[in-house]
Write a protein that binds this ligand. Sequence first.
Ligand SMILES: Nc1ncnc2c1ncn2[C@@H]1O[C@H](COP(=O)(O)OP(=O)(O)O)[C@@H](O)[C@H]1O
Ligand SMILES: [Mg+2]
Length: 489
Amino acid sequence: MDYSKYNKAEAIPEAASMIETFRAIGYNLEAAIADIIDNSISARAKNIYISRIWRGGQSVITIKDDGEGMNSNEIIQAMRPGAQNPLSDRSETDLGRFGLGLKTASFSQCRKLSVLSKRKDEIPAFWSWDLDYVAQSDKWELLQWIPEEFANELDSLPSGTLVVWSDLDRVLPTQTAETDDSAKRKFSDTLDKVKNHIAMTFHRFIEDKTIKIFWGEHEITAWNPFCPNESKTQEQPTENINSGVKIKGYVLPHKNNFSSEQAYKKAEGINGYPAQQGFYVYRGKRLLLAGDWLGLFRKEEHYKLVRIQIDLPNKLDTEWQIDIKKSKAYPPAVCREQLESYTKSVRAVGSEIYRHRGKILKQRAGQNFQPLWLEKKKDNKWSFVVNREHLMIQDLKSLAKEKPEQAIEKLLKFLEEAIPTKTIYINEAQDEEMQKTPFSDIDITLIKEVLLLMYNNQIAQGKTPAQAKALLKIQEPFNNYEDLIDELK
Ligand SMILES: Nc1ncnc2c1ncn2[C@@H]1O[C@H](COP(=O)(O)OP(=O)(O)O)[C@@H](O)[C@H]1O
Ligand SMILES: [Mg+2]
């Protein structure tokens, strides 16, 4: 297209409204702070310090690093939304992508973002975005301002960067009093979640000692979702799929096989075992997504110990549709089949733990353990039958001679309670085994006998034959035997 032929008109975004839009990208606090930490890691920081200062509505969060830092012009460049083209290639270790993170992550939490930074052998420089000023002036203008108390914050470091978030209107109401204890507790709980999120998101950096992250005075320890140090963790082989993507499954030990109760509790993670099952997607060493089956499977109770690591090189950002918040990914069609088949095999190992547990419990009770329900297999189809050898069934039969109603009620109650739902559930999910169709091999004379019994009783109670038959036709499973019902006399 020959652009020179056409008239042009500038359509520059309105600063005041556009910058408010950045706030709506939907970061939560933990994802926002992780995005700031990404920048520190990309700037080769060794130490990252996160501080939160409680002052009620005027509370402040700061993230400081000892990375390469920026000079004044570089800060201005860094503060420009979309400073870097998302399509340009990034180095393997660069965790950024859209040139937006610093701004969008910050604005999603606060109205004032200040950056103080210093390159080696240079004096520190600082710039701030103040959303109130942008709203007032409607200009894309930074202020050369930083909260007074932080102006000397980098003096002790050769180089580094300090990010300050003040006016945290998305974290807590700005009119909150400093003395408001319940708000203080909430603030502290919210931040505890952030700490756990960081321990997980950056665990590989912490483990290989690339970085140390300090939470106030304390160093954050890594939380590895795969418990590689637990001796009973079952590591699965690594598989290479499609253009540099690697996948490796882990099945965590059953509760009783963890080294300690405490270790089991810790391994659970922020959201608990059932929720933490799934894929853990890493871009470089950075965790993007934790415990998500990426739409390929559903979360199910008996797979709760299954966690699968997926490693993506950052050149696949577009194919995997990595979003701005770096908290979403979608496997492209070419990967899906391999992902699915690998995952099925790991999930089978995971559910085996529960089958196995069942067997152990049975053995423990001695050799003649008598379950109420027995699993039966015929022609590769499974079904469950009531165990006629069970002592209680024998005894209820004799009780039935004297107190039939009581006996039947007791029997039904126990059968209801003991339905082996868990095993049924596991069987159901393993598609190679099939459930026997109910009533498919039942003796037809038994059905006829019971039908006749029920029919005669209805007639004895004064129903007409038509009424009795209509009633039988709506009783499971006799609704399937209309012909037999019509034949009744
Ligand atoms: N802590 C930091 N240390 C050094 N440079 C930084 C830091 N934070 C941000 N920058 C610079 O600002 C740029 C923009 O950051 P950001 O908005 O997060 O986008 P992206 O990370 O996608 O490049 C980065 O590419 C980097 O050059
Ligand atoms: Mg970034």
